[in-house]
Write a protein that binds this ligand. Sequence first.
Ligand code: FEO
Length: 397
Amino acid sequence: MQGPFSAVKITEDVYWVGAIDWSLRDFHGYATDRGTTYNAYLILADDVTLVDTVKGPFREEMFGRIGSVIEPSKIRYIISNHSEMDHTGCLPEAVQVIKPEKVFASANGVKALAGHFHGAVAATAVANGEELSLGNKRVRFIETKMLHWPDSMFSYLVEDQILFSQDGFGMHLATTERFDEEIERGVLIEEAAKYYANILLPFAPMVSLALKKAGTLPLKLIAPDHGPVWRRDIDLIVDLYTHWAGQKPGRKAVIVYDTMWGSTAAMAKAIEDGLVAEGVSVKSMRLKDNHRSDVATEMLGAGALIVGSPTLNNQMFPSVADMLTYLKGLKPKNLVGAVFGSYGWSEAAVRQLADAMNELGIKLVADPLSVQYVPDRDALVKCRELGRTVAQSMPAS
Ligand code: FEO
């Protein structure tokens, strides 16, 4: 009898058995305005195999979808491509219910699973390039260490030319559509960029390595663990990853700031005008109105970051400190920058901003600019000049 959930056939022998999370709005600090999916896949080979599982609260959805295709006890193997709990939350229960002959993971995956589940998931390590026979099909394992955890790997279903790429090529997008061609291309690019900027940016060399290992394989599908399966736009997403991994600075500046009484905002506006006068495209983002993860997304392809803060109790504004801490982890490259802000009786914030930019490895190409209380016309002209100076330090195109 049909249960409450159905699997979705993605090829003759492969089914999507994942879950749709319409409500997720925060993924460890990343604003997921469109929710997400946790994708798991069932390979109906001679030896039936489950690739990844879903986040814990979605257990019934995953088991329901599996049960719509096959009795779970008929699954012989489970492959765990990545140990983060959005993909392994249901793994201990899957092991209990399915009783697979083996759970496969990378060597680091075996350790990570032990660290998460303390004996409940005993996995077998597979090596880069190793193949697992499923009878009539083979799975080849491709190590993708630090993309984005030490355990991460891809699994390639050789005969069907499907790359199960865990977080790689994924996006946070809750949707009932399972294929890229069913979703507006602009949304795909926007969400794939946001995912890359907020999850994968620090690991650009590993992205390049993974593209070298997997990008040359014949691919009919790329099946990530979040968002739609790539079928129509495989070349597009591989090209975008190649481009993003290159981190080539563009003629775009991001101004990120917060303000107490409008003085730092007025400075930001004049800096913006100086940049625009020199032909730079600007995105100006007040942190009260913009989430840190949207700032990170805007920085993909930018050539300059300009940060502003008022001084509050001898410190930079808390929202600006939050942003800079987040960015420090994402390690953006090849940027020039500048800092600015207003103050009452202590210029601490701008000094702290300059130190933070130094720690980020962003070269300051203009002197830090502080204005006491409220900027007058002359001060705003200096802000505009700062914008022009930054623009002149950016690559021509
Ligand atoms: Fe989707 Fe790194 O977990």
